[in-house]
Design a protein around this ligand. Structure first.
Ligand code: DX5
Ligand code: ZN
Length: 330
């Protein structure tokens, strides 16, 4: 996993469509964080690409996540096929003429991330009715339909940072994606607008170019933009880094995990060590690093209380046979 904050999704739209299996493998080996799959129906956009069957076939070729970007008029009709194909996230356009909410809910019901995309001219306010259901906002900085177009700088400045407001309910894990004309010229600007995922298409598939270097450059430039634009010159924290918030006996750790989860903080509970001398094993409560300040502020008292309870229980526990034996051995 890359250090730093920004993630790069490789769009295979401009890859050799005769050998997509090779393209996804190459993107993965070159360090792409995700594969971005542009599905077009010749109706919502004046171009046709591939559908769920192709995605399903590619799914076996790489382990990195698949982000589907559906530029189609009827996502509701095909959504189950895209879910079955193994997409990790599915984003479709807010400009379609069919109900949007049921499709977002279907994506969530399948345990995947759901997003809405905006054409350059569509205002962010179009997302308003769906904001509680969004994990991803995809800001298009070219007209959807084709790779290799020029980056629309004004659209990025207007919308990318402001799009965060629509995923604010997702304390962690919500993502702003920027798609269209991203390359080493535009990466710094969108990074400085806190874009989480930069979709890069044509810039990756230039004959004779080292794709890995291109991906590293785009990511590094985006992080520079963030660091100097929004993070007071400090290096950005990787969005997927985790830290240990507490280490507690199993029952206390799992009740803390429940409390954090119900407060919207993602938690990983891992068995730690601490089973020495027959003690109850410790469990480590991990949370996203970016959530730490907020978690300490909101749950600081609770953490102190749990630590005391754990210490009191530890002190009250009679030594186990194993521990007692070791003590008499001394
Ligand atoms: C355009 C697609 C993009 C496209 C980006 O409709 O949504 O994902 O592949 O390609 P570039 O990076 O060339 O603009
Ligand atoms: Zn796209």
């Amino acid at each position: 996993m890359a250090a730093g904050r920004a993630r790069v999704a490789a769009s295979i739209l401009d890859a050799d469509l005769g050998n997509l299996a090779h393209a996804v493998g190459r993107a993965e080996r070159s360090g792409a964080d995700r594969i971005h799959l542009d599905v077009m129906d010749g109706h919502f956009v004046p171009n046709l690409t591939f559908g769920a069957r192709t995605i399903r076939a590619l799914r076996r070729r790489t382990r990195i996540p698949f982000d589907a970007h559906l530029m189609i008029s009827e996502p509701g009709r095909y959504i189950d096929e895209f879910l079955d194909a193994g997409c990790d996230s599915i984003t479709f356009h807010v400009e379609i003429d069919e109900p949007i909410e049921p499709t977002l809910r279907r994506i969530h019901a399948a345990g995947r991330m759901a997003g809405l995309a905006l054409r350059p001219a569509t205002p962010l306010a179009a997302l308003e009715p769906y904001r509680a259901l969004l994990d991803i906002v995809l800001v298009m900085t070219v007209e959807p339909g084709f790779g290799g177009q020029s980056f629309m700088r004004d659209v990025a400045t207007d919308k990318v940072l402001a799009a965060r407001g629509y995923i604010g309910h997702r304390l962690h894990g919500g993502e702003v994606h920027v798609d269209g004309g991203i390359n080493r010229e535009s990466a710094e600007l969108v990074g400085g607008q806190a874009a989480d995922v930069l979709v890069v298409g044509s810039a990756l598939w230039v004959r004779g170019h080292d794709m890995g270097r291109e991906i590293r450059l785009v990511r590094a430039l985006a992080d520079e933009g963030y660091q100097y634009g929004l993070n007071a010159g400090l290096p950005p924290t990787p969005r997927d880094a985790m830290i240990t918030l507490a280490s507690l006996p199993r029952s206390l750790a799992s009740s803390l995990a429940d409390e954090l989860e119900s407060g919207g903080i993602a938690v990983l509970l891992l068995r730690g060590d601490g089973a020495r001398d027959g003690d109850e094993p410790e469990f480590v409560v991990l949370i996203p690093t970016a959530a730490e300040p907020m978690a300490r502020e909101r749950y600081g008292d609770r953490l102190a209380e749990l630590a005391e309870t754990a210490a009191a229980a530890q002190a009250a526990r009679p030594p186990t046979a194993f521990a007692a034996r070791r003590r008499t051995d001394r």
